[in-house]
Design a protein around this ligand. Sequence first.
Ligand code: ZN
Length: 328
Amino acid sequence: MGTAGRRRKKYLGAVDLGGSKILSLIADGDGHRLAEDLRPTGAQEGPEVVLARIQASLDSALAGAGIERGDLAAVGICSPGPCDVQAGVIPSAPNLPGWQDVPLCRYLEERLGVPVYLENDATAAALGEHVYGAGRGCRHLIYITVSTGIGGGIIIDGKLYTGATGAAGEIGHITLDPDGPLCGCGNRGCLEAFASGRAVATQGDALIAQGGSPLLARLAQEEGEVTAEAVCRAALAGDPEARRLIERAGYYLGIGFATYVNIFDPEMIIVGGGLSRAGDLLLGPARAEMKERAMPESLRVLRLELAELGDYSGAMGLVALLRERAPA
Ligand SMILES: [Zn+2]
């Protein structure tokens, strides 16, 4: 085929822009992963530095795959929080300080010379798990990510459902208790305020202050702060109070899952994100609570499973999205 064949623009770029890390990967037209780059976001340095870092990360992944910018057919990028998918603009981003109406797609299109598509990270991850992960072959599924915040995505009849404005699937902001703890969104008692990584870390902080978990105190001291990951590690190591925090998060998640089951009657709920590394410690109580509250007809077919793609759910969802949309 020689140069002419190689120049057919058939490669796809995907960037998962997170509050703490940027993951870029290059895939071929069949969706096979060729190369990747992972680096810290350095979000505190502001949008301009981060935008340059996204380009550098993509370039590094391109170099790893042995191809050039001109070989890309399209690039997809996903980000947590609100995304104006149509305009390709990030209106604001809770985990990216200073991001206000950033025209992300236009900025990258001008520099890369290819179409750039934006998607919410949990929405992209839902698609990734549907096409390449735990949800292969499922027509109706809900994906939920439990990380710093709680997000989700919905697949109905084999297709991504994004709603009227692209904001569908915000399970983290279902109200569980109108007078509950304050949530990052400004409301009280959202699921996210009870069961997210941030909430678990806050509860871990309080636990240490009460002298409740010497193991967690030691882990937090090593890391310099109380993180949900440290609570998970303490819980998996058998610390009873840390376990209780993870189980409590699972209990609240189960209430949220039941709500989703009753509305969508899905075949599958897939749970990803950092807190899902607690495995059955989190999913056990979630499953029990969901069974208490969801309609029995729906529960007969429902499977509750962990995500399969780990940190790649979002980026692989973008690859799936680009394979649908981009001119190959
Ligand atoms: Zn909220």
